[in-house]
Design a protein around this ligand. Sequence first.
Ligand code: NIG
Ligand code: FE
Length: 411
Amino acid sequence: MLLIKDIKKLAGIILKPHSFKKGEALDVLDSIDHAYLTVEDGKISGYGPMSECPTQADEVISAKGQMVLPSWCDSHTHIVYAASREAEFVARVKGKSYEEIANEGGGILNSARRLQATSFDDLYLDASKRLEEVISYGTGAIEIKSGYGLTVDSEIKMLRVIQKLKENYPITIKSTFLGAHAIPQEYKENRQGYIDLIINEMLPIVAKENLADYCDVFCDKGFYTVEETDQILKAAAKYGLKAKIHANELGITGGVQIGIANNALSVDHLECIDTEEIEALLNSNTTPTLLPSTSFFLNIPYGPARRMIDAGLGITIATDYNPGSTPSGNVPFLLSLACLKLKMTPQEAINAITINGAYAMELENTHGSITVGKEANIIFTDPISSIDFIPYAFGSNVIDKVMLKGKIYPS
Ligand code: NIG
Ligand code: FE
């Protein structure tokens, strides 16, 4: 048994398995001061106040002055990509919009051209570096999407990269097929032709090789329509792939409703949202996911988190790490944005990226909280004065070390 002792504060405790935290409950982050935690077979086997600390252990780690939390569960990323896009960043700084750049063949189509010309090995190497980087920020479970391939071969290549990451790293990974991320240039006049390719050629291979857990569609202004999204999600459901979709980043086009109608696990972005959609979400099991780093980087409005939480919704936050709209997987910085820009409390923000992030990847029974029996995926902070210090000290790295499946990573 491994014993972690003298923890200044053990936070993110949940007694019983939980689905996701909503409304007022989102602000409750249970903790114990001066605590211990034990780990057996890679799982949390016990915890409590130091006054009840076991006296015998095979290995002891001192966490004096440190806070211990469940690892972040980042439920929306695109970390497999071929090249950075800082030229587009500079074009935006000089006044071009994200949509203008996309309409000129930049954006996702730019990334697709680069990815199609990049080997599996190079893609794997670059994605590994990004994965190791986000683990160092405290991420212990992550969802990764395809969507920069946009051809049968390249979409499958991306998903195989994700599969190899799953095999080689101790972090928990969920994989999402996002063939419907953009319409390739050669299908601009034949949209249905590309959708048929997704449905008749890509999805059968994805399913046969078990390459994805979920199916995503970029349902938004200038991208996929509600009808097209519905068609793709229904085809994916036939193969057992649940929906997790991009909606309402660039406009209100009905993506939230079509996500809910297809039992989506989450609808993500929601920089634009109205009362009707908040109502629809309240009557569903779909978790709304906000991506404040995207709003920060694209200079677009932030999702109205306060209005949504006060209406009783459960919010998930995620990084959206990708080369175009969010070249960062830094969750501590995401927490600062959630507090400052979404007006969430540090406790709400931490729940939104732990237990709620776990729910958005169907991992709520194994990840996202300090609960006996869950994976020992945990974060040790530097010696800090309070949990609130994490979002307060924006840009600082307050993570001392991380544990994945009961082992300090890297060992
Ligand atoms: O989630 N919005 C759609 N897809 C990604 C960005 C894609 C890109 O610009 O490369 C996102 O923001
Ligand atoms: Fe995204």
